[in-house]
Design a protein around this ligand. Sequence first.
Ligand code: ZN
Length: 192
Amino acid sequence: MHAPLLLLILLAALPALAQERAEMRLTLVLFAGGAWPESEAVAAAREAAAILDQCGVAAAPMKLLRADEGPAFRMYQTPRSRLLARKLRPHRPAIFFVDGTLQRPAYDAEAIGRGNSRTRPELADTVWIVRDARDPGVALAHELAHVLMDSGEHSDEPGNLMRDETAPQDTRLSEAQCARLRATGLANGLLH
Ligand SMILES: [Zn+2]
């Protein structure tokens, strides 16, 4: 007699079952003598992880990796950063908290996915963020989303995390963006 009710409850639970949570294990690369205090780097990474939680992505405990390869490596620049990434081989996704960038144009943060790493494979699935980046937590969430989705696409939607210019109030991701983020992140071994 209670079977129909039970069935109803099970059906109501289906969407939740379909969106099983995925886990992201971030590596934070900090530099000996670098400009980023550990506490601020960790806080920015936690804020980014909290933003991505809306897609059913849970943050596993983050791993800190210390780089002590000399001051030159504290600046982001493709050739030297490739050398560093090849040497350190951090678990991905990895965030490098650099002092600044020598790349031009100079971005606050850059993401290298699979699609844009063919000429620099060592940098695949990494994010590089400079010390004076604005709203670093939101900037990191934006770049990590590029990496997890393996896409450089932006959105015009108000409030969306993937707007071209990041802003503190723009933190939402659409269902389609979350679906892509999870599917591609899992397929590329960046989510578990
Ligand atoms: Zn972007």
